[in-house]
Ligand binder design. Structure first.
Ligand SMILES: *Cc1c(COP(=O)(O)O)cnc(C)c1O
Length: 488
C-alpha cells in the first residue's frame, strides 16, 4: 500500500510513498503528514478470525493487511518486543472497574506509559531500515515526560540511529526525569532545557529549521527522522490495541461480535484517538470516540464548536502533563480524511497565518459523527483518583480525565473501554495528593501509595533511584545547538 499526503503535493516530493519512506522521512509536502491511501477491512470476518488469537498474531495480521514494505521476519522481530511486557501473552490487559466500564491498560511496557505500545516495535523497524540502507539517522524529541523515556528506550544501542531528547528542566516528574538521565548508551543524548515544555519544543523547532544545522548534518551524512506521532509508523501500532480491547470484551462475554461500544481516550496529540478512528473506519463496531482533555481543552472546543483557536490561549501546566498540548498534530489526519487535502491545507495554513480556523457547520457535523469531547480540571481528576482508589483501583491522572467523559458523554446504554495511558507510578505525587497525603517527591509518594493501596511498584521504577545519572546537562535554549553538534 502507498501513503499519501494530507496537504496535497508540492511537485517536489513524490505524491505517494511506500511505508518505509513515510516512516524514515515523515514530513510530507507543505509540512503535511502521510496517511494510508485506503484502509483494510477489520470488521466481522477479521474479528471472528482473531477471537482466539494472541496480541502478536492479531498485530501481524493487521500489519499485513496494510501491505507495508517491511519483511515478515522484521515485523515478527519488532512485535517480539512485546515479549518484554509484564505478561507476554497479553501485553494489554483489560480490567473491569464498573459494570459497563473497562480499562485497557496500555502501560505494561518498559517505561510504564502507553508510548511503548507503538515506540517499542516502531523503533526496531526504523533501526533495521537504517542499518540495511546503511544510512544514519538523528531523532530529536522534545518531551513533556513520556515520549522521551520511550524513545530513548526503544533506540538505545541501535547502530544507525542517534537520539537526542530535550526535556523542560523541572517540568517532568522525578521518575520521568530519572528514566531519561539514567539511560546509558553512546547513541543517546539527554539535555535539560531551562524553561517549560513550550520553550523546549520551540527551541527544537528553531534548531530543525536552522540552515547551518541542516548543513552540519548533511556534512556528517546524517538524516533527520521523527519518532513522535506525526510518524505513521507509530499510528499503525496504535490501531491494533483498539481491536484487541474489543476482542477482549467479546472474550469476557460482555458483548457479542458486532455490538457497539464506546472508546474513551485521554488525548493530547491525538495519536491514540486517531488509531481508534481508523479502527472504526475499518469496521470495528464503535459507537463514538469520547475525547477527554484537561483544561488545555482546545480539542473540546474543536469537537463541540468546530473552532480551533490558539490566539486566546496559553498553555496551562496541569497534573496530566502529557495532555498539556495546544497544537494537536494528528487531527490533521482526521480532517484530511473527512474534508480532503485542499481544505486541510487551507485550514492548516490559516492556523499558521491567523492562529485559528473555524470548521463549517457541515464539517462539524461530519466530525461529530465520530467524536464527542469534554475536559476535566485537576481537582476533578483528583476526585476521580480518590473515588476509584476507595474501590481498589489506582489510576494515573491522565486516565482519570476519562471518567467524566464516560459519565457525561454516553448517549446510548453501551459499554465503554477507557484507555489507561500511564501507570500511576509515573505520577505518584499526584496520586498521593489525591488520596489526601502531601509528599515532597516521587520517592516518598511511591512508598506511601504502595503502603496505603493494594499496588506494588515495578522494579524498573524502584531501580531508577539507584541507577547512576549519565546525563547532567541543563542549558539555556541558545546553547542547545552547540550541545547537539558535540553529540553528532
Ligand atoms: C502521550 C500521552 C497521552 C496523549 O496521547 P496522544 O496520542 O498524544 O493523544 C495521554 N496520556 C499519557 C500518559 C501520554 O503519555
Amino acid at each position: 500500500m502507498q501513503f499519501i499526503e494530507t496537504r496535497g503535493n508540492d511537485g517536489v516530493k513524490p505524491s505517494s510513498v511506500a511505508f518505509s519512506e513515510a516512516i524514515l522521512s515523515p514530513s510530507a509536502s507543505f509540512g503535511g503528514l502521510y496517511v494510508p491511501e485506503t484502509l483494510p477491512d477489520f470488521s466481522q470476518e477479521f474479528l471472528t478470525k482473531h477471537l482466539d488469537s494472541n496480541y502478536k498474531t492479531l498485530a501481524l495480521d493487521l500489519l499485513n493487511a496494510f501491505e507495508i514494505d517491511i519483511e515478515q521476519k522484521v515485523l515478527e522481530a519488532a512485535l517480539s518486543r512485546y515479549d518484554a511486557f509484564d505478561d507476554p501473552s497479553n501485553p494489554v490487559p483489560l480490567v473491569s472497574i464498573e459494570e459497563d466500564c473497562f480499562v485497557s491498560e496500555l502501560y505494561h511496557g518498559p517505561t510504564r506509559a502507553f508510548k511503548d505500545m507503538a515506540l517499542q516495535p516502531f523503533g526496531y523497524i526504523l533501526g533495521d531500515l537504517a542499518e540495511k540502507r546503511e544510512e544514519h539517522y538523528l531523532i530529536m524529541a522534545a518531551t513533556s515526560g513520556d515520549t522521551g523515556p520511550a524513545t530513548l528506550e526503544t533506540f538505545k544501542n541501535q547502530s544507525n540511529v542517534k537520539v537526542a531528547c530535550l526535556y523542560p528542566d523541572g517540568g517532568t516528574s522525578d521518575v520521568q526525569k530519572l528514566q531519561m538521565v539514567t539511560e546509558d548508551a553512546a547513541n543517546l543524548k539527554v539535555i535539560g532545557v531551562k524553561g517549560n515544555f513550550d520553550d523546549t519544543q520551540h527551541a527544537l523547532k528553531e534548531l530543525l529549521a536552522s540552515e547551518d544545522f541542516k548543513l552540519e548534518l548533511k556534512e556528517r551524512n546524517i538524516k533527520l527522522s521523527a519518532a513522535n506521532s506525526v510518524n505513521f509508523g507509530r499510528i499503525i501500532f496504535q490501531i491494533i490495541y483498539h481491536i484487541h480491547a474489543y476482542l477482549e470484551m467479546v472474550r469476557a462475554k460482555k458483548i457479542a461480535i458486532g455490538e457497539k461500544i464506546y472508546l474513551v481516550v485521554p488525548s493530547g496529540n491525538f495519536g491514540n484517538a486517531l488509531g481508534g478512528y481508523y479502527a472504526k473506519k475499518a469496521g470495528l463496531p464503535i459507537e463514538k470516540i469520547l475525547i477527554a482533555s484537561n483544561i488545555n481543552n482546545i480539542l473540546t472546543d474543536w469537537i463541540t464548536s468546530g473552532a480551533y483557536d490558539l490566539t486566546d490561549r496559553e498553555l496551562i501546566l496541569t497534573e496530566s502533563p502529557a495532555m498539556d498540548i495546544l497544537k494537536s498534530s494528528n487531527i490533521e489526519r482526521v480532517m484530511f480524511d473527512k474534508f480532503g487535502a485542499a481544505r486541510t491545507k487551507e485550514l492548516m495554513d490559516a492556523l499558521v497565518s491567523d492562529g485559528k480556523y473555524q470548521l463549517s457547520p457541515d464539517e462539524l457535523a461530519l466530525l461529530q459523527e465520530d467524536f464527542v469531547a469534554t475536559f476535566s480540571s485537576d481537582a476533578e481528576g483528583e476526585a476521580v483518583i480518590e473515588k476509584y482508589a476507595k474501590k481498589g483501583y489506582i489510576m494515573d491522572p491522565h486516565t482519570a480525565t476519562c471518567m467524566k467523559a464516560y459519565e457525561t458523554l454516553r448517549v446510548e446504554d453501551l459499554p465503554a473501554v477507557i484507555y489507561s495511558t500511564a501507570e500511576w507510578t509515573k505520577f505518584s505525587t499526584t496520586v498521593a495528593k489525591s488520596l489526601g497525603h502531601a509528599v515532597k517527591d516521587d520517592r516518598e509518594a511511591l512508598k506511601w501509595v504502595e503502603a496505603h493501596a493494594d499496588v506494588s511498584v515495578p522494579s524498573m521504577i524502584t531501580g531508577l533511584f539507584d541507577k547512576p545519572v549519565k546525563h547532567t546537562i541543563v542549558v539555556e535554549k541558545e546553547f542547545i545547538k552547540g550541545e547537539m553538534l558535540n553529540f553528532i
